[in-house]
Structures are given as C-alpha cells and as structure tokens.
Design a protein around this ligand. Structure first.
Ligand code: GAP
Length: 572
C-alpha cells in the first residue's frame, strides 16, 4: 500500500511540482528540480519568509556568492570539523552514515561515540541498502563540503558554501556601516547551500543542493534579554520540549515566551522571540500546529558555537519529526573566528551614555636618554614600556625576543584619571536558519488529501491560498457564445492585479475542477449563461466545494481578500 510520501511525490512529478534532476541521464540522488508549479509555490513560501524577516523585522536581504575561498571555511571551522561519520557496507559496497545505521539498528548515543566505539556498536546492525548484517567495518569522518579550485590552472582552493550564514559574517564590517554603527541589526539571505550528503535517500528532506533562508541578528552581548519588540510575542503560547523533558521522557509543556524566558527554559528574549516568530511563520505557510513542535538541543547535540539551540520540527507521516528550522544563539564565535583569521576588526564601538572616569597609569619614557642609550631599539622599547609592569628598580621589557631591563630613572610613572567615551565589543549572533525545501515538502505532505466528489475519488491539495501556485482558475461553462471572451476578460483583470489566474476551457467542467483541486488552486470562477444576463459568476471554494454567486466587479476585491486571509469564503 502506498504511503503519503509516495502519493505526494507521484502527484508532485505528474503535475509539475518536483522532478528528479537530469532524469534523461539517470537522476542523481540528492538533487531535485522544481517544476513550474513547485517553483512558484517555493517562491511564495520564500516571499512569506521575506515578509516576516525583511518587512516586519527590517533586516535587509543580501546576496553572496555560493563559492567562497578556503580561508572563510577555515575560520568557520567547516574545513576541520564539518563531517559525518561514514562506513562502507562490506557486502554491497554502499557508503552509509554510521550514526543512521546505529539509529536504525536501535543503538542509542551514536552522536557522542568516537569512531572505533561506533564501529563496534554497529557491527550487529543491518545494512539499510542490502539488509545484510554489517560485521566488521571502519568508521571514518567524511567532510561534507564540495571543494573546487578558483580560476584556470589555479591551486586556489574554494568550497561551495554549506550554509548561507558565513556570507553575513564576512560582510560584518560593511553591514555595520550600513546600519550606521548601531546594534542590534540583522542581515538575511535566501540561497543555495551545498552538502555532499553521504546517502541522501529521503527525497526533499536530505539534499546535496538545497535552499536555506537564514537571518543573522547581531546584538550587544549584554542586551540579549531585551529584544526591543519582545512584547509582540511575549504572550505567544506554544508547546516546548526542553532538554529536561527529553531526559525524563516527558511530553512538551505549553508556555508563553515570557514564561519560558523567566523560567530560564529559553536562554534569552532574542531566542524566544525567534522561536515564536518561526512558529507563526510556519503556521502561515500551512503547517498544522498539532504537527509542529519546538525541541531544545541536548547539551551534547549543540553545535560547538551555540549556547542555546531550538529546532522547529514538523511531523511527517513518512519520516517522523523532521528538523526544519534551527534557532541558535551562536555567541561571538563566528566574528571572533573571522577577526582572527582575516586580521581585521569585527567589533563595534559602543558609546557610553556619559563618559566614564577611569584611573590609568601611564609610563612616560625619557626619550632623550633612551634614544642615545638604546639607539635603533629605542622605539620598540618605548612601545613595550606602555604595557610593562614596573617596580621601584625599573621595568623589564621584551624586544625582538631579548629581555631588556630599563632602570627606573629612564621613565616616569604618572597615575591619572581619564574620560573613556565607550568600549569596543564583539556582538553576539542569534540565528534562525530555515530549510526551504523541507518546508516545501511539509507543506505538500500536509496539504495532500483524498475525499469524494460527485461519488468519485478526489485528490486535493489543501494548500493555504497564500502558497498555492495558481491562485484562481477561470472557466467558461462553454467555450462559445461569448462566455469564453468574458472569462478571458476576467482572467486578464485579475492578472493585472498581480493575481496568478489561469484560464481553462478544455474538457467537462467537473474535470476542470478536479485538475485545479489536484494542484491546490483554492478558488475557481465559472462564467455561465446567467453571467450574460445578470453580470454575475459563480465562485467555488476548493475545500468545501461550495459555490456562491457574485457580481463580476466584486471579484477584484474578493479574490485578493480570500488569498490574503482578510476575507473568509464561509462568510461571503
Ligand atoms: N547556519 C546554520 C545551519 O546551517 P543546519 O541545522 O545545519 O544549520 C539549517 O541547517 C536548516 O537547513 C535545517 O534545519 C534544514 O531545514 C536545512 N538543511 C540542512 N541540511 C539539509 C539537507 N541536506 N537537505 C535539505 N535541507 C537541509
């Protein structure tokens, strides 16, 4: 019996949502094509994401190359540590993710095992490809980045980015200037990321090329508990599966964001704000709240850079709970790493409200004597003295590896109180990171339904009108007697309003409804003989299959209202 995954993928292929890529040469695992309807639906989901992050939050979008030079990924830690544990089946020679083999074979704790322990632990597990017991295998680390060289004949190593995030980090100084040197600010990016996944067998869930939508929000480290708009989500209530609940095998508990921050369940207001925003966003694109949960990473599961991390997981009938969005407090890890690697400053000068009086000890060398006595070394000694710790006898300084004792009569110590205007700080980063392809799959899976219409099985995609590729279909009852001309006029009026309206006059009207139901078109306008007499049309709702009669002029207000959600079909 086929499951929902197979039904959804069958429909997706048949109706032009998703296709295996370069199928005529034999598809390659981990790559997909979005067909005409899939690409449109994906764009709509991305634009909802933009609405939240760019319009609501005011974080501008940037676009960086998908290839970057090696230094970027040395700094980020990807060259050294972005790997999965791999083994090869000795029977069928398939390469496998060792931790997935362990999970499938009921071995727990694979994530924290070293390679030798994991190899021993999976010896009794079956190969998911050929079903033979693995036996003795080697487990080793496989780096997931795709590497390349930049320029012809060049030895300059580059990598396809495994996340969009690094583009925002390396652009930090320019972004800071763009935002007029003030925290907090954010930059966002939607684009392709690449990971050479070991055995991508889960359709759109695990791809080698996929689309991420990431926001990097730069905040003052001491202000993480003061999100300026926290009030927007303070009373937003949702179930949270904390790591303590997971340890005790307890279910998630419902809390408001205010309660979660006050109880120390979520690390700070910024993380809580984006957890709630993510919940609202996912529900807006059509994820059912009862199939959505927020799970806190266990301390040993968190990325090395993160202090708190929550995954938005969406329930799939085929794959179980699937991580779809990660919301992490990345601290100052990335900016410090890039500052050290690039030797450029990645800090912000924060001016105090009023200058602070600070006691300072200055060491003022007697340059006349120092110059004569130490000649070419005098300048270096002068610099070294500024940070020296003098005693009554003098100060020891190191110049070119040599320790030189400078007698106390060659400098003067002056204690003074100075005004300090502010300080340099390295911002912390809060990062909500969305996997757009996983969102697309979840939306399709949850929208897929079968029911009966006119005594026949009907396949319908109950997509929320906001993400449906075709927003309204326009049908003449008959393709003659002027009904077709009227229908084309209505179609073009709606198109001028920016609505994707599709004219269709082929086949019986029932078949036309079924075709649009299957691709998720939420509304259909039918022009019949009454239209010519009364100037009215029928408007049909995909989900209830009910119809109402409206004046043609009313469509221009009603259709956008229904799509945006400011009007409901039931109240027409
Ligand atoms: N910058 C942080 C980051 O990249 P991640 O958890 O590795 O974090 C973020 O990825 C999101 O990207 C995931 O929650 C998931 O939705 C998506 N993602 C990651 N790997 C993927 C893959 N191989 N195929 C499809 N989506 C993927």
């Amino acid at each position: 019996m086929s499951d929902v995954f197979e039904n959804v993928m069958d429909l997706a292929k048949r109706r032009g949502f998703i296709w295996p890529t370069s199928e005529c040469y034999g598809a390659v695992a981990g790559f997909i094509d979005y067909g005409p309807l899939g690409a449109m639906m994906k764009r709509r989901i991305e634009n909802i994401w933009r609405h939240f992050y760019v319009v609501q939050e005011g974080y501008y979008e940037i676009e960086c190359p998908t290839i970057a030079q090696e230094a970027v990924f040395i700094a980020s830690g990807h060259v050294k540590g972005f790997s999965d544990k791999m083994c090869q089946c000795p029977h069928c020679k398939e390469y496998l993710r060792a931790d997935h083999v362990a999970d499938g074979g009921g071995v727990s704790g694979a994530a924290t095992m070293d390679n030798a322990t994991l190899a021993a632990a999976i010896a009794g597990c079956k190969c998911p490809a050929c079903d033979e017991v693995l036996g003795c295998v080697d487990v080793y680390n496989f780096n997931l980045m795709f590497s390349t060289t930049i320029g012809p004949g060049s030895q300059r190593v580059g990598y396809l980015r495994p996340e969009t995030a690094q583009g925002m980090f390396v652009d930090f100084s320019r972004l800071l200037r763009f935002y007029r040197d003030k925290l907090p600010f954010g930059a966002v990016q939607i684009g392709k990321s690449y990971r050479n996944e070991i055995s991508p067998r889960q359709g759109m869930i695990r791809l080698r090329e996929f689309t991420q939508a990431e926001a990097e929000i730069f905040v003052h480290p001491l202000e993480k508990n003061h999100h300026p708009a926290f009030v927007r989500y303070a009373n937003y209530r949702m179930p949270l599966l904390t790591y303590t609940h997971q340890h005790k095998c307890e279910p998630a508990v419902e809390m408001t964001m205010r309660e979660a921050v006050d109880a120390g369940v979520i690390a700070n207001e910024y993380v809580a704000y984006y957890v709630a925003l993510t919940h609202e966003l996912l529900v807006t694109v059509g994820i059912r709240p009862d199939r959505l949960r927020f799970r806190q990473h266990l301390p040993d599961e968190r990325a090395h850079y993160a202090t708190d991390c929550w995954d938005a997981e969406v329930y799939s009938e085929r794959f179980g709970w699937v991580e779809t969005v990660g919301i992490a407090d990345r601290t100052d890890y990335d900016l410090n790493a890039h500052a050290a690697q690039s030797k450029t400053s990645m800090s912000v000068f924060i001016q105090y409200d009023t200058p602070k009086k600070v006691e300072r000890r200055r060491i003022i060398p007697n340059m006349g004597v120092l110059g004569k006595q130490y000649r070419q070394k005098a300048k270096a000694i002068f610099v070294a003295l500024e940070t020296a710790t003098p005693t009554a006898e003098g100060a020891d300084v190191i110049v070119d590896g040599e320790t030189i004792h400078i007698p106390a009569d060659l400098f003067e110590i002056r204690d003074e109180v100075v005004d300090v205007r502010g300080e340099e700080i390295v911002p912390h980063v809060i990062e909500p990171s969305y996997g757009i392809d996983r969102m697309c799959y979840a939306v399709l899976e949850q929208a897929y339904a079968e029911d009966t219409a006119d005594g026949e099985k009907r396949v319908v995609l109950r997509l929320t009108p906001k993400v449906a590729p075709v927003q309204v279909a326009v049908f003449p009852l008959m393709a003659r007697d002027g009904l077709d001309t009227l229908s084309r006029d209505i179609t073009s009026t709606l198109q001028k309003q920016g609505i994707l309206a599709e004219y269709d006059d082929s086949g019986a009207i029932g078949r036309r409804y079924r075709r649009q139901d299957e691709i998720g078109t939420p509304f259909a306008v039918t022009v019949d003989y009454e239209t010519k007499e009364t100037g009215t049309v029928t408007l049909r709702d995909r989900d209830s299959m009910k119809q109402v009669r409206l004046k043609i002029d009313e469509l221009q207000q009603t259709i956008p209202g229904l799509i945006e959600g400011s009007m409901q079909f039931a109240t027409l």
